[in-house]
Write a protein that binds this ligand. Structure first.
Ligand SMILES: Cc1cc2nc3c(=O)[nH]c(=O)nc-3n(C[C@H](O)[C@H](O)[C@H](O)COP(=O)(O)OP(=O)(O)OC[C@H]3O[C@@H](n4cnc5c(N)ncnc54)[C@H](O)[C@@H]3O)c2cc1C
Length: 467
């Protein structure tokens, strides 16, 4: 392996190819910038590839809260025959269900189709920043050695704020001196599920299923269960506190968990994703901790798939069909930005003059074992994500998008979902390209936020019109 460092130049460098990064890179390129996207893994999509549904696209009330790139992404999923669409869980959410195999193809189509130069299998290693807050470039590492990518604007979409932290920006972990983080999880998939039989079981034994945490879905529990069954989709939230899961945990047939969240991902394969496993006390920026967690998580996958096959009607003939490509990380570092979005803001559905995207997922903090804090956004509506949440303090040409936004722990727990990440990504990428038009690379804050909002609206983003 050579140790010589090569170099390249671009207008906009996006680091991280998850839901935020693919939206940022595509949007910057569509708005005329030369864009390089660096992704450590072998595939674009990040957490999208695990099979979980895209939350934060529709409010609980059913209004669209994210458009633009997200709409293009779902249209592309549909072209690859992998779009199930909006599904109500009759608990608290309207989610968008897609086939993760189609979503990989969709991400590639959109990013490459926009003319982005993609460097996969490449890890952003070191940030070159000056004392006055300008990020001059990022040194990346891959099998060919190290490359300095000089960029006029850098977008940190790593989820973990790797670039902001590397540039010396202030970051937050946990809350109020307590570094507790949400658990890590390994999502898995099961194929050959009999959805009709599963839903018949929901109707027969509704006490095992959480519904109506958002009261607007139905007049009472019985009506919510009837709605869930009539919808015909295997979107079922088996909950701790219900006898099925509690008994299995007490008897050691299941590990302690707050939920077994089942989501449809492919009708053709009769396949669902299952979000349930958890290991708490892991700082996912420490790869040795993350590597240890996968051992426990894989045992939990085996335990839960056996539990489903033996105890949950509809899963009798189902088989384990896939593991998520990596351990899922809910929470690590968040930046301290010009604005810090708070739990009070999101619960009140607060609107901001510099809102560049909307969030509408519930407050959603997974805890250790069966612990889980959830709360609805006011009236099942939405809140604004301000531009200031994407701007790390004391930097000139650095934006973040996605899970590492500037928010307290409560606000982060809702804005981290993938619909909101796409909205933030579109805003960050568009702002970076507008800086190029203005020749304002040296200070991204010169981009007029009113003009940015107008451009985002023109390009399909949802910024107004819903409460
Ligand atoms: C178990 C679990 C269940 C969830 N359930 C849901 C759900 O049902 N619905 C929902 O919408 N959201 C859900 N979420 C939240 C959501 O998936 C994530 O918060 C969201 O995907 C974050 O998107 P992102 O683009 O910020 O980061 P990611 O999707 O994590 O993408 C970051 C990308 O950056 C790359 N990267 C990181 N560091 C570097 C580096 N230094 N150099 C190069 N590349 C780098 C990574 O490889 C990755 O591809 C869940 C999360 C977890 C973990």
């Amino acid at each position: 392996m050579t140790t010589k460092m090569s170099s390249m130049e671009t207008d906009v460098l996006v680091v991280g190819g998850g839901s935020a990064g693919i939206a940022a890179a595509t949007s910057a390129a569509r708005n005329g910038a030369k864009v390089v996207l660096v992704e450590a893994g072998p595939m674009l999509g990040g957490e999208l590839n695990s099979g979980i549904p895209v939350d934060g696209v529709y409010t609980a009330r059913g209004d669209l809260a994210v458009g633009g790139f997200a709409t293009d992404f779902f249209d592309a999923c549909a072209r690859y025959d992998g779009f199930i669409g909006k599904v109500c869980d009759y608990r608290a959410l309207n989610v968008v269900c897609v086939d993760p195999e189609a979503s990989k193809l969709a991400a590639i189509e959109l990013v490459y189709g926009a003319g982005v130069q993609v460097l996969m299998y490449t890890f952003a290693d070191q940030v070159v920043a000056s004392a006055d807050g300008v990020v001059e470039g990022v040194i990346v590492r891959n099998k060919r050695g190290r490359t300095l990518i000089r960029a006029r604007v850098v977008i940190d979409a790593t989820g973990d704020a790797d670039i902001a932290a590397g540039a010396g920006c202030e970051t937050m972990v946990g809350e109020g001196g307590d570094p507790t983080l949400q658990p890590v999880s390994l999502v898995f998939r099961m194929a050959g599920v009999d959805a009709a039989r599963l839903l018949a079981f929901v109707a027969e034994a509704p006490e095992n299923v959480s519904v109506l945490e958002y009261p607007g879905f139905a007049p009472d529990r019985a009506a919510a269960i009837a709605g869930l069954v009539a919808q015909g989709r295997p979107k079922v939230f088996l909950v701790a506190g219900g006898p099925l899961l509690d008994t299995a945990i007490a008897e050691g047939r299941m590990y302690p968990t707050s939920m077994v969240a089942i989501t449809p991902i492919s009708e053709g394969r009769r396949e669902v994703s299952v979000n349930t496993t958890r290991v708490a006390g892991v700082d996912a920026t420490d790869t040795s901790q993350l590597s240890r967690a996968i051992d426990d998580l894989s045992r939990q996958v085996q335990t839960c798939s056996r539990f489903l096959q033996t105890s949950v009607p509809g899963f009798e003939d189902a088989v384990l069909s896939a593991l998520a490509p990596r351990v899922g990380i809910r929470e690590t570092r968040r930046i301290v930005g010009d604005t810090v979005l708070t739990g009070a803001d999101i619960l009140a559905g607060r609107k901001f003059d510099d809102g560049i995207a909307k969030g509408c997922h519930e407050l959603d903090i997974h805890g250790r074992e069966t612990g889980h804090r959830r709360a609805n956004i006011k009236d099942g509506g939405s809140y604004d994500i301000p531009y200031g949440c994407l701007l790390p303090k004391a930097t000139k040409n650095l934006l973040v998008a996605g899970r590492c936004l500037s928010a307290d722990r409560e606000a982060h727990s809702t804005a981290r979902v993938m619909g909101s990440c796409m909205g933030m990504g579109q805003a960050a990428g568009t702002a970076a390209a507008m800086a190029r038009e203005l020749n304002a690379f040296e200070d991204i804050r010169q981009v007029d936020v009113g003009a940015l909002r107008a451009r985002l609206r023109e390009q399909g983003a949802v910024l107004d019109g819903i409460a």
